[in-house]
Design a protein around this ligand. Structure first.
Ligand code: SAJ
Length: 456
């Protein structure tokens, strides 16, 4: 079975599925289609499925023109049932079959039954934190339970979702082994973990050319998973187990969280010493070796860096180990919004004005520059804290015209120049490249710059 499957991948004559068509799954599905596989994208969100069927991209990194090249040809659409599965794609007339093979490499559906015809499936579903701050892998479990229903001999499953070490082996494997058909791991079906390394908006490192770590449950699983991914990804980095691969991903992002926390603590220390933290950091960054620059900021945003390390510290707590760096970094990073609000209060106080009743404009609320993603953005905490102290807060962000979050509903001010001239204080939370910083500095009375973009 192993050799048959590997040969199918090497011949690029495999049918594969990607579960979860977000910023990770859709680019992966496209890369598999580009490699020559027949790809079925599966997502619970019918709007995503319909958009793909229409050749419309909803991911910034993919153009609709690019996607349309791989979406099923019109003739295939005619034959496809409403749930996105052709009645009998392999028995279709020659013309349809050729159309499917050449152009219909990518189709989408909400129906997991498509897995019955698949030789491989990649799981790219979200792994958030629960309300209590613990890992929520319910989407992974739900996807795996669907896979079990359609598990058949000659199938490889690769988990991509970021999760704690042990998930693949301790959660997915037992579920898959209860397949009721006596299918054996490493003989009849194969299982591996390969973490995603997508950085939305990047054009230098993309899915196909970013080295991809991959760890199989058994040597046969590793060989099959490498054949599956090797046709679409330039560089594979095999590791000894799925646990190691899971740990690699968490270490990568914990590395960032801890170093960002150190940069933020440097700011707090420089405050006490009356030093300019950015001057210190920029000078330290001239060291040509043994140093990597991170900068203080408004706090830690995004759907990766604040979340992933918590998966690791949670797992270690179950083993009675306290992951001190992770928890300390999280403590420092989450404290930053409060630190910056205190800076606003002090600056207004210096001019004899109370924060209460003052008007504050927060500039840039996305979690980092040049993105429109608001998830875990510290700017939201800054707005909330300022409002709690009685300030009248407005914001401007060209990437986020309006938002609703945690009972807050706001819209970006339309005339930035006019707003700059009227507010008491400006807080620069995200330094989008689109801003004209000289004009901003000319028009704003008081500036609290969490990104050091004005003084750069
Ligand atoms: N931040 C700082 N100081 C820094 C760097 C970042 O305050 O020196 C803040 C950012 O403003 C943001 C948060 O930390 O709020 C996270 O920033 P990030 O640069 O890590 O950006 P992310 O969250 O988009 O991280 C992603 C990750 N990619 C994946 O998980 C696949 C991360 O591993 C990448 O290294 C990062 O992109 C990247 O390099 O851009």
């Amino acid at each position: 079975m192993q050799d048959q499957l590997i040969e199918k991948f090497n011949q690029r004559d495999a049918q594969v599925a990607v579960i979860g068509l977000g910023y990770v799954g859709l680019p992966l599905a496209l890369n598999f289609a580009r490699a020559g596989y027949q790809v079925t994208g599966i997502d619970l969100d019918r709007r995503k499925v319909e958009a793909i069927q229409q050749g419309e991209s909803y991911i910034g990194d993919i153009t609709s023109a690019e996607m349309s090249r791989y979406v099923a040809a019109p003739v295939y659409q005619a034959a496809v049932g409403s749930n996105g599965i052709a009645p009998d794609p392999l028995g279709a007339k020659d013309a349809l079959h050729v159309a499917i093979k050449q152009q219909g490499a990518l189709k989408a559906t909400t129906d997991f039954a498509a897995l019955a015809a698949c030789d491989a499936v990649s799981i790219c579903v979200p792994t958030p934190l629960s309300k209590t701050g613990d890992p929520d892998i319910s989407s992974i479990v739900a996807a795996t339970e669907e896979i079990v229903r359609y598990l058949h001999p000659g199938m490889v499953i690769v988990l991509e979702s970021t999760t704690y070490p042990g998930t693949t082996r301790e959660i997915l494997l037992p579920l898959l082994l209860e397949n009721g058909q006596g299918l054996r791991i490493g003989e009849d079906f194969f299982l591996a973990f390969s973490p995603e390394r997508i950085d939305p908006g990047r054009t230098d490192w993309m899915t196909h050319n970013t080295p991809k770590v991959i760890g199989g449950v058994t040597p046969a699983c590793a060989a099959v998973a490498r054949a599956y991914y090797g046709q679409a990804i330039t560089t594979l980095v095999p590791v000894s187990s799925p646990d190691a691969a899971e740990m690699v991903k968490l270490f990568e992002n914990t590395f960032r969280s801890v170093n960002i926390g150190l940069a933020n603590e440097l700011l707090l220390m420089c405050d006490k010493l009356g030093l300019d933290a950015w001057e210190v950091i920029n000078a330290a960054a001239t060291k040509p070796f043994g140093f990597m620059k991170f900068t203080p900021g408004p706090g830690l945003g995004g759907h990766c860096i604040p979340i992933d390390p918590q998966y690791l510290s949670w797992k270690l707590r179950t083993l009675a180990y306290h992951a001190r760096f992770i928890e300390l970094a999280s403590e420092v990073n989450t404290e930053m919004p409060r630190y910056w609000v205190q800076r606003v209060q002090d600056r207004l106080n210096d001019t004899g004005q109370a924060l209460k009743g003052s008007s504050i404009l927060v500039l840039g609320i996305a979690y980092k520059k040049n993105v429109s993603d608001l998830r875990e953005s510290p700017a939201l905490d800054i707005i909330h804290l300022l409002q709690a102290k009685g300030a009248a807060v407005c914001y401007h962000d060209p990437h986020i015209p309006s938002f609703q979050h945690d009972g807050m509903a706001m819209a970006s001010v339309s005339d930035l120049s006019a707003s700059l001239k009227t507010v008491d204080c400006l807080v620069i939370a995200t330094d989008h490249d689109i801003y004209d910083w000289e004009e901003i500095e000319r028009n704003a009375a008081l500036i609290i710059d969490t990104r050091y973009v004005i003084h750069r």
